[in-house]
Design a protein around this ligand. Structure first.
Ligand SMILES: [Zn+2]
Length: 273
């Protein structure tokens, strides 16, 4: 139940409201209050008045931590560090009252930062537009005449927006991040998803790519790979929507290999230029 509440706070996507049942059995939560802004653990509020909760995900079978999440509770109210006015927006980049830049709030997801739907098939054009808009506002150059604190906040906000944008832009990193939000780390046991059939297929493609003589041949492999990646995107979206996290994880591992091939095709093509 706790898990469900967390996910509801984190992201409104129906994907994340239906966690994989096998995972739910393995994972339990221990809770401690801390603040992502000032790292205070003394009580449940920080120097700028944010209430912050830290959730530790534990894999009971392995008796180890599998992830830590920071997020605010629904009761949290933010105040401007400068004029103390209540900030109604989360995340708030600027105070609407005094227009001063605010510190980054690390408890929010990249989807929230970019005001994007928390879905695997997000609108990348909209994402790019939002990115340019935020970077225009937050770019540290705009703050060169401001106080040291404002300069510092603009730098960290701008870096956070960069990170959020880069993570969400490509399907692979976006998918991995969505799993990470759910406490799944793809680095662990990555190879288990690679069966011998896939290994053979990858080997054949690599051999074909090595033997390529013309740009046309490289393009053909590139088109095939694009098709595979498009299929995988669809399958991953379906798996995430159904809350089948382990399936999504296996498919993302596969995607990682085909994304590698796509890169190799690009290298090959540029070698013909
Ligand atoms: Zn203010």
């Amino acid at each position: 139940m706790i898990r469900l509440n967390i996910l509801r706070m984190f992201c409104r996507s129906r994907t994340l409201l239906q966690p994989d049942s096998s995972l739910r059995e393995k994972v339990s939560f221990s809770r401690a209050f801390t603040c992502a802004c000032c790292a205070s653990k003394k009580d449940n509020s920080c120097s700028i008045g944010n209430l912050q909760q830290r959730f530790v995900l534990q894999d009971l079978s392995a008796k180890r931590e599998v992830g830590v999440r920071y997020m605010c509770t629904t009761q949290v109210f933010f105040n401007c560090w400068n004029c103390k006015e209540l900030l109604k927006q989360k995340p708030a980049f600027f105070c609407k009252s005094c227009q001063v830049v605010q510190p980054p709030y690390e408890g929010t997801s990249y989807f929230n930062i970019m005001e994007s739907d928390c879905t695997f098939t997000l609108d990348t054009q909209k994402l790019q537009k939002k990115y340019l808009q935020l970077q225009r506002l937050l770019h540290p150059d705009n703050f060169s005449q401001k106080s040291e604190r404002e300069q510092e906040y603009s730098e960290s906000q701008s870096a956070l927006v960069n990170k959020a944008y880069e993570t969400l832009l490509k399907p692979l990193s976006r998918g991995l991040y969505m799993l990470e939000l759910q406490g799944l780390n793809i680095e662990e046991g990555t190879d288990s998803a690679v069966n011998s059939e896939l290994l053979m297929e990858l080997m054949e493609i690599n051999e074909a790519l090595d033997a390529v003589q013309t740009p046309q041949e490289a393009n053909e492999i590139g088109q095939d790979t694009k098709g595979k990646l498009a299929d995988l995107t669809e399958q991953i979206d379906t798996a995430l929507n159904k809350g089948e996290l382990q399936t999504a994880k296996a498919l993302l591992t596969k995607m990682k290999y085909f994304a590698n091939i796509e890169e190799k095709v690009k290298e090959k093509l540029s070698s013909f230029m």
